[in-house]
Design a protein around this ligand. Sequence first.
Ligand code: SF4
Length: 217
Amino acid sequence: MEKLKQELRIEQGDFIAYELAQTKDYFRTLIATIISQNTNEKNTYRAFGELERRIGVECAKLSQTDVQKIAEAIKPAGLYAQKSQAIKSLALFLMENYGCQIELLLKQGPEKVKEELGKIRGIGSKTIDVLLANYGYPVLPIDTHVKRTSIRIGLAPPGSYEKMQAHLHKVFSPEKRLEAHLYLIKLGRTFCLPRNPKCNVCPVSALCCYYKNKPQK
Ligand code: SF4
């Protein structure tokens, strides 16, 4: 982690969910995380901005908005049919069960949050964990970058989401897990690219199993 923090900077525009969580608006944090599924940060910002402009990223408004209109607004992020349905279902669920106050659910602990939000189609383990981590629970969400970098470095063997997370939770202490999530993503975007990782200039190459076992040219 220290190596990564020396070389990489978390900047404005890198993580929309993390930025929104700084305002303590966890509904917006979760909506941004849903929009960010399978797309990059730039498209997520665009789609989130459109949703804000056309409808407003508020639980009460979204619960009353036609799903088609939500889909139109978030088009720049792709998979908009699936994501708009998840957003609408989430808003309705929170409206009916928590009076649109997501904190009332979050305060009940990670297991309850997983149980409740896990019932909504289109909201999976990673999305829920991003919400939990940004709220302050000690979980390390695993997205595609965290998965790839962790396996290559040798922090966790390939496996199910739960198994990989259990490994990573042993590696990173509770207070370091959100930071580890952010920096491993940044590593994956900057050096540890899916096809051609830039191992020769990577700050953690000395610690990396993939690099050690890579035939040197
Ligand atoms: S040395 Fe290469 S494979 Fe290892 S983390 Fe860095 S970029 Fe990824």
